[in-house]
Design a protein around this ligand. Sequence first.
Ligand code: ISL
Length: 533
Amino acid sequence: MTSFRWWQRGTIYQVYPRSFMDSNGDGVGDLPGLIARLDYLRWLGIDAVWCSPIYPSPMKDFGYDVSDYTDVDPLFGTLADFDQLVAEAHNRALKLVLDFVPNHTSDEHAWFRESRSSRDDPKRDWYIWRDPAPGGGPPNNWLSCFGGSAWQFDERTGQYYYHAFLKEQPDLNWRSPEVVEAMLGVLRFWLDRGVDGFRVDVLWHLVKDDQFRDNPPNPAWREGMDPYQRVIPLFTTDRPEVHGIVRRMRALFDEYRDRVLIGEIYLPVERLVQYYGPDLRGANLPFNFQLISARWDASHLERLVDEYEAALPEGAWPNWVLGNHDQHRIATRVGGAQARVAAMLLLTLRGTPTLYYGDEIGMHDVAIPPDRVHDPFEKNVPGRGLGRDPERTPMQWSARDNAGFTAGTPWLPIASDFTSANVAVERGDPRSILTLYHQLIAMRRGEAALEVGRFEPVRVEGDVLAYVRRSRKDESDFLVALNLGSRPHALRGLGNSSRGTIALSTHLDRVGETVGEELALRADEGVIVRLAP
Ligand code: ISL
């Protein structure tokens, strides 16, 4: 048991710092605010906080456009606040994971200012510059994830630079050894300050084709779809050379004790698992986003779990993510009743769970009036539901003004149901989704089978997904049965795989109820059964 690392046993909680807690009334969350809420996170029972970017930034992409990698944006606080955050987190046995944004800088970063100053500048090749196509226009058909061409013409030097995201986010050239060294230096800076690991932004984007070949058209693309998907990003993402870079990052992490390297990677499972690296010398946790795109259907989920388990290389540790700051919230995707079932799924699957702030209180997407849209994705490609503001609204702490998030005007609107859906109210409610999360996390921590045990699919019966988590030793084993449908269903004939007592229900009742050969599930109910020895 002791051979498992904290990032294998523990639960990761993502904080989007702009929206977590504002301490100074400017309407934007900050580091002192986060520090003030660490006791809540400790109570919740999570093990690690992953904090989205806090670095100086013009905030064109809300911190994912970094203009200085080794400082804190004044909006969020100071380096001294950051050091205090590390200390206060560690005092509470919480790990702190930062966001590393290596694919691109802000166009206001000193490196890019230099690079764009002249074709002969020593930092010219720190970014990706190309001549116009022979007849004029962009060098090839590469597209930006946020709409339009990925190439931006720069008048001064008569060349285009590549940006996978906004034109204010020029891509670094990771084929330059100097870039690699500079960026590893950035990681060292924070690791030396006590950071317990990094979530690496768009890890699969880092290297682009050295021949700049056109991406092939996507035959599945239809009018009205995300314009980025018009072509298949064959030559712009997931290039074989990226793995050498992941390996370099990991080697650096391994110079320190017990740090975690998490990769943000949106790829089909067989490509995703390559990021564990040969001999597992790559990312510790290539984020597994399958639950985010999944159809909420028992047989579909069963297949997806099976495929993932089967694809994992020997010794690779699995992980599951239910939501993040780029995706519609789980409660909006599957509805409030199923959000509880989703919580039970996330916290009972084999592998490290990552949860997104506010999902534990059942936060849903908030409709953003046109005049309050902030997200550049929504501004560039409006009206298609691609904007990310709805899932980034302020955390709901209490029924007080602005949900206790700020004494000023919040940067995004607050959900209208905040007077009932908030931490203060739900902590006192024995049937709330927050209570469910609290109990799920506590139960997982206390039970070897749930934390690190084997996963055995049982079978799908109608809308019910069921599996057993088995410990290696003589600790308890558990049956997890999740009714993904809105009709009651009785599972029968599981034999010894259902005999036991109910340890937890998503409805937060029935605890201690005896289960024999039949397990009756109500609509939208998930249960965990402690199996009889
Ligand atoms: O936009 C997408 C595809 O069209 C997404 O899959 C995108 O690649 C993914 O959301 C990447 O997200 C990360 O990098 C972005 C930033 O805006 C996001 O917030 C961040 O999570 C650029 O840094």
